[in-house]
Design a protein around this ligand. Structure first.
Ligand code: GMT
Length: 374
């Protein structure tokens, strides 16, 4: 098949999933065309089946807001005609599903049929899409998609609750690429950041409010009062400065490393002992799954789709949102005994295999096939 993928090219989970999906589809022999405003961060172009088409939005002084959707829908139409693309897969409803639908209609006018699959990722439904200023257009474009998928059962439920969506929503969970799976010895690098007797605790995100970054610092504070530990904070975003300030106030700045955005997430995870994800809401929690695949148990909140990924008492523990004491206690249960930690690490790897690329990607292929046969 020739598949066009529209996504955000940034470090966010939806862009990462879209990129990994495209790469995997290309490896399975499909021709994949990424259409977005810059090259996706995890995309290596050295594959004859992968194409990247940049959407340029000319900066015209009359416009207070540059019309990205217009440029995107035009680009989709042009690329579909040029490469005879069979199917369009948009990741994140806003504004991709809307731009995709416009492209579909333009092509229809030219006698070309372009089936569209929309994947809902989380904040496009629970936070941004739900805003009254967007809701009408988001509902419309979801209903106009040929097939709709969501990354968890919980997100499917939220979509039906929050929007007037009539379409069937197919749950296709996120997945991890094979190279993440399992243990690898990274002793040397580990010693750059922590002493032998220290546990390494990690958080990776876009440092937005929804991630409850302050809770991470507080949980770490509770842990380091009981056992020697270091905290690795990977990523960047609006809450980072306040997190640094809180660390200073608590007198634990020397135990926390703020890495900023990184392309070496898997190396960092491989020498971590615990992953923290206390989010307010999380449709899936791809970062938690990536951690598990690298053998890192997870202490998370029990919000959204997290219970579908992190298994209580097996791959880690789940607490109510904001329950710092419970998170600290759970973290200590995992970290204080070497044998217990080893068991949780092994469980995390084992459970992550349910979300392997070989299991999940065929579900998307089957859906594309159905969309083509309508
Ligand atoms: O977590 C974010 O804020 C980024 C966001 C995105 O769209 O990139 O992540 C969402 O999609 C990910 C991939 O499907 C999910 O793993 C995240 O749980 C989801 N984030 C939220 O629901 C807050």
């Amino acid at each position: 098949m020739k598949i066009a993928i529209v996504c955000y090219p940034t470090f966010g989970g939806s862009g990462v999933v879209a990129t990994e999906l495209g790469v995997s589809l290309a490896q399975r022999g499909h021709e994949v065309h990424f259409i977005t405003y810059s090259q996706p961060v995890r995309l290596a172009l050295l594959n004859p089946n992968i194409f990247y088409h940049e959407v340029n939005v000319p900066d015209y002084p009359l416009f207070h807001y540059q019309p990205y959707e217009l440029a995107l829908s035009s680009k989709i139409v042009d690329m579909v005609k040029l490469y005879e693309i069979d199917i369009l897969h948009v990741h994140y409803a806003i504004p991709h599903a809307f731009a995709g639908y416009m492209a579909k209609k333009m092509l229809e006018d030219m006698g070309i049929r372009l089936p569209m699959v929309t994947t809902l990722h989380g904040t496009d439904i629970t936070l941004v899409g739900n805003h009254p200023n967007y809701k009408t257009a988001v509902s419309f474009s979801i209903n106009k998609s040929d097939y709709v998928t969501s990354v968890s059962e919980d997100l499917k439920k939220s979509t039906y609750e929050l929007f007037d969506v009539k379409k069937e929503i197919h749950v296709i969970p996120n997945f991890i690429e094979e190279k993440l799976n399992g243990f690898v010895s990274v002793t040397c690098k580990r010693l750059l950041f922590a002493n032998d007797d220290e546990r390494i605790i990690t958080h990776i995100s876009n440092f937005r409010k929804v991630k409850r970054i302050q809770d991470i610092i507080k949980v770490f504070d509770g842990i380091q009062k009981k056992i020697p530990a270091k905290l690795m904070m990977v990523g960047d975003g609006p809450e980072k400065r306040d997190a640094e300030k809180l660390a200073e106030e608590l007198g634990i700045s020397d135990k926390i490393i703020f890495f900023g955005n990184s392309n070496e997430v898997d190396s960092i995870l491989r020498y971590s002992d615990l992953f923290l994800l206390p989010s307010e809401t999380e449709s899936f929690g791809l970062a938690a799954l990536e951690a598990m695949a690298c053998g890192v148990p997870v202490i998370s909140s029990n919000s959204g789709g997290l219970p579908e990924v992190n298994v209580e008492g097996v791959t880690g523990y789940l607490s109510n949102i904001g329950d710092i004491d419970d998170m600290v206690n759970n973290a200590l249960k995992v970290l204080t005994d070497d044998d217990v930690l080893s068991q949780f690490k092994a469980n995390a790897i084992e459970h992550s295999k349910a979300f392997s690329v070989e299991k999940i990607v065929p579900a998307y292929e089957a859906l594309y096939q159905k969309a083509l046969n309508i």
